[in-house]
Design a protein around this ligand. Sequence first.
Ligand SMILES: C[S@@+](CC[C@H](N)C(=O)[O-])C[C@H]1O[C@@H](n2cnc3c(N)ncnc32)[C@H](O)[C@@H]1O
Length: 441
Amino acid sequence: MNAREAAFKILCDVEINKNYSNMAINRIFRENDIKTREKGLATEIVYGVIENKKYLDYIINKLSKIKTKNMSSFVRIILRMGTYQILFLDNIQDYAAVNETVKLAVKYDRKSSGFVNAILKNEIRQRNTIKEIDIKDPARRLAVKYSYQQWIIEEWIQKFGEEFTEELLESGNERPEMYLRVNTLKTDRDTLIKEFKKDGINAYPVAMMDEAVRVEGLKGIDKNRLYLSGMFTVQDVSSMLVGKIASPKENSKVLDMCSAPGGKTTHMATIMNNTGKVVARDVFDHKIKLIKSTAHRLGLKNIDVEKFDATEFDKESVEKFDYVLTDVPCSGFGIIRRKPEIKYKSREEVSELPVIQKKILENASKYVKPGGTLIYSTCTVQDSENIEIVEEFIKEHEEFSMVPITEVNVDLEEQEKGYLKIYPNIHGIDGFFIAKMKKMR
Ligand SMILES: C[S@@+](CC[C@H](N)C(=O)[O-])C[C@H]1O[C@@H](n2cnc3c(N)ncnc32)[C@H](O)[C@@H]1O
């Protein structure tokens, strides 16, 4: 299968079946015979189209009498792909973009191929002006330029101001760096970097985190010899900060209430040097399997995996744990670079999250031993899911206090108060919120 057809199938899976792009990419690549070079182009088209969906539709609608929302899904997706290649990708010749897109139209919606051809040729003729956005209202204009649901931008402008919002939007369109966490039970950072160099992969230490390595051009990870022998885990630095801030002592009892796929669980289990116990819970069976296989690959023997709904109260766990982590389900607005479809979440989709987050934190607080540590984290930049949840919790629970974060150096002013707000446009890593609390009695 060629790159464009693969991209088309993936985009249909995302748009029609509402699947996540990374899952759809993995599935289509696994089920079809696609050359590595073609996979690269397919991935570029998929992410480019998802990231620029509203902008692409705005451009197409300037030229088409039938608006994109009234087109069949196939035609809409085919037109977005062609438009993206012509107007956003420098390394593709116009004639190739048009020919290949029309071929797709012929195969999947024959009667529309002339229409697709006409729109794309028009874009080429008007390429100097067609990308202009003629909208005055800042939130509406930015919603088209960066392809977001407008409500998100309105909220951000109100909260952060227009300049910061645009920087945040800009960073959401960047390709994220790839970071790995060294498995310190099996190797050390310098050795891992040297091993990558032997395989022709550039790898660099990361100043912010002593276990982190940044790699360039690492592909086909499941077959990588260093991965298979458990020398590292793929994890963003923000996510590593959570485990580092918890820094559980050897032989402690840790509960990770929302733990799949196990990034922070395996980090904490490693920090404990394979001693004590990390109880890793999640509500989804298929995700729990991922925790087990990662723990096995990394050689960790101190993890117990359990299926459990964190919103349910578990009386067996009351005051049983030295450390409890609540890495709660959230809107994900800090990881848009990795999952661009998050930009299109409706207000309704995220409005119930604080209720669930509060419930999980409330339950978690009961499981912490007196003197123990409670960590709350999310991968979003919304105060309503972050600091507001924690402040309300602290007000209602006199037995808990925020404690200064001393394990990392990210934002000295805030971490002194017991929490960290990480923004991709400021820190260059995933947007995160991490709060550290102690049960005083
Ligand atoms: C932010 S992710 C956790 C990432 C994980 N801590 C890591 O570092 O790899 C949130 C997780 O919460 C899980 N989840 C959602 N609702 C839950 C619930 N009611 N109880 C337990 N887990 C839940 C999801 O399956 C998801 O894996």
